[in-house]
Design a protein around this ligand. Structure first.
Ligand SMILES: [Zn+2]
Length: 137
């Protein structure tokens, strides 16, 4: 059982490859903007919904932040109150400061958030390049 869950955990890091591809694909001449665009979408979905991360929600009773594992930046851990807390906070404008504090409270959450932003930028650059090539052609 232990070996099985370990293999599953390793598998959950597959998206790191997609992220590296999106950020560094620009350096490889064979990789076109179309592939980077796809890599960007895959990377963002991976970080938001699958990347193994600590949950980071506040625990009741001032016990600090939740350390349960969460699949991705958005869903949170298995606890009902933590589920989709990030998404709920995003939709409630007054919660942005709290959300930012939560994301940047730990580098384990801040790093993927920054990487997600970087892959989005890379993807938008790819879209811009594609648009330019279509207009020029
Ligand atoms: Zn939690």
């Amino acid at each position: 059982m232990a070996t099985k869950s370990k293999a599953k955990d390793t598998w959950r890091y597959w998206g790191i490859g997609a992220i590296l591809f999106t950020l560094f694909g620009w350096l490889i001449p064979e990789v076109g903007p179309m592939m980077i665009m796809i890599g960007s979408v895959v990377s963002v979905l991976y970080i938001f919904f699958q990347m193994p991360l600590p949950c980071g929600a506040w625990n009741r009773g001032d016990k600090g932040r939740c350390r349960n594992n969460s699949s991705g930046l958005l869903p949170g851990c298995h606890l009902e109150a933590h589920r989709w807390q990030n998404v709920k906070w995003m939709l409630r404008t007054g919660k942005w400061a709290e959300l930012r504090a939560k994301v940047f409270a730990s580098w384990k959450r801040a790093l993927p958030a920054v990487v997600a932003a970087a892959t989005i930028v890379s993807g938008m650059a790819a879209v811009a390049q594609l648009a330019v090539s279509v207009v020029v052609a």
